[in-house]
Design a protein around this ligand. Structure first.
Ligand SMILES: *Cc1c(COP(=O)(O)O)cnc(C)c1O
Length: 448
């Protein structure tokens, strides 16, 4: 632990030298508890000093296998060389001018890249903001202005952020909404095609769910009142729910027929995570507007709204923006991320991670009857735990398995409307031996 360099230079090993969390982390946790409100939760209270490749190193010298990527953010790995290099140069040149005051090239370059990389060859525009929530909220603003309509349709199990509007768009009450109302008006929720829990079975799921959603829109809201439909191509916080095949294209088609702006929230699924640059590509869905963040800039705060030029160009001058949106350090980081995705073939690496994880997890499903479902694409994979022999959610088992994994130095995250999903989001640069080791720890935790 002599050098302070993080990134891929860190030894790619799991190493436990204290219990988890260790004494220094526990000391810091006590300080955190005195200084930070409990509303800011902590998944695993080890305090980090370095991270890179597939590991996170804590202040006690433990090196943990990272199956979380800071919630799908450090897909290129922490302190990725191209990100470090670009940000380091930029921080010495200038740190902020506000793009709306005096612009700079990197912002424009990020927008050009997103316009060409996102699905569809139509003319596009992009603008940059600071967070996923801000991107989704701005996408809705644009859709409302461009259509002159107000209603926004979202789905069961959706998660879109924590601002007033995006919290309203979010499905789950606890912990995201409880006590924080009143919520924003003109938000309507319709069914999502959730194959594992569809009452008549997964075969009928896409068709029936789409019919129910469309019926609610036409009969209860009125299609001509709807500005936008906002949907995650794979529901993230909701439990890595892949809508049954056919559902997304059907909803997108309905939007097109009715002049409704189809907004894909690819904040969690974007930037190679699912084995495609964007998850919508899997079914050839071309969104009118796409919101991105998380994996976009290696952890520097950046998010983007990319969409049809005819929609985005409708907004009057000065109607969009923000003080920090598209900060120059974050833009350089994003350019470093996009270079890394290409040069390291991270789309291919994400697929490879899925090819390793899915069969191992499916084999575990055969062995352990608490695994009700194994699902996901690329490096966005989850298992849903149930009470044996039923589909009843089993959040207690999730909590126990997470506890065991953390104690063994494997950082895993949970998700799901019912709190019964274990989700895996390794950095796409995760070395294979650590991926296998992590799966071994999980298997051991499941058998205990
Ligand atoms: C994380 C997330 C958001 C919110 O992003 P923040 O940067 O936390 O505001 C929105 N949508 C999805 C799908 C997300 O996963």
């Amino acid at each position: 632990m002599s050098n302070k360099q993080g990134g891929p230079a860190l030894p790619q090993e799991r190493r436990l030298v204290t219990e988890i969390p260790g004494p220094k982390s526990r000391e810091l946790l006590a300080r955190k508890q005195a200084a930070v409100p409990p509303g800011i939760g902590t998944t695993l209270p080890v305090f980090v000093t370095q991270a890179g490749g597939g590991v996170v190193v804590d202040i006690d010298g433990n090196s943990l296998i990272d199956f979380g990527s800071g919630i799908a953010v450090t897909s290129v790995g922490n302190a990725a060389p191209r990100v470090v290099e670009r940000v380091t140069k930029q921080v010495a040149d200038f740190t902020h001018t506000c793009f709306m005051v005096t612009p700079y090239e990197s912002y424009v370059e990020v927008c050009e890249k997103l316009n060409s990389l996102t699905p569809g060859d139509h003319e596009k525009r992009t603008f940059l903001v600071n967070s996923g929530a801000e991107a989704v909220e701005n996408a809705v603003k644009v859709a409302r202005l461009a259509t002159g309509r107000q209603a926004v349709v979202v789905f069961d199990h959706g998660y879109h952020g924590r601002t007033l509007l995006t919290m309203t768009l979010t499905a789950k009450n606890m912990p995201y909404k409880q006590g924080f109302g009143p919520f924003a008006p003109e938000v309507y929720r319709v069914p999502l095609a959730y194959p594992f829990r569809w009452p008549t079975g997964p075969e009928n799921c896409a068709e029936e769910a789409a019919a129910q959603a469309i019926d609610a829109i036409t009969k209860q809201i009125g299609a001509t009142n709807v500005a936008a439909v906002v949907i995650e191509p794979i529901a993230g916080e909701g439990g890595f729910i892949e809508p049954a095949k056919g559902f997304l294209p059907r909803i997108a088609e309905f939007c097109r027929e009715n002049g409704i702006v189809f907004i894909a929230d690819e904040v969690q699924t974007g930037f190679a995570r699912t084995g495609r640059l964007f998850a919508c590509e899997d079914e050839g869905v071309v969104p009118d507007i796409i919101a991105t963040a998380k994996g976009i800039a290696g952890g520097l705060p950046l998010a983007a709204v990319t969409g049809r030029a005819d929609l985005l160009d409708k907004v009057h001058a000065g109607g969009l923006g923000g003080t920090y949106g598209g900060n120059p350090l974050a833009c350089e980081a994003a350019l470093g991320v996009l270079e890394t995705i290409e040069s390291e073939d991270l789309v291919g690496k994400a697929r490879r991670i899925g090819e390793i994880m899915l069969p191992r997890l499916k084999a575990m499903q055969e062995r352990f009857d608490i695994i009700g479902d194994v699902r996901g694409r690329g490096a966005m994979i989850a298992i849903e735990l149930v009470k044996p022999g039923t589909k009843e959610p089993n959040p207690e088992a999730v909590a126990e398995i997470v506890r065991r994994c953390h104690a063994e130095g494997l950082l895993v995250l949970t998700a799901g409307t019912y709190g019964n999903v274990l989700r895996f989001l390794p950095p796409l640069v995760m070395p294979q031996h650590l991926l296998e080791e992590g799966l071994g720890i999980l298997e051991k935790a499941l058998s205990a």
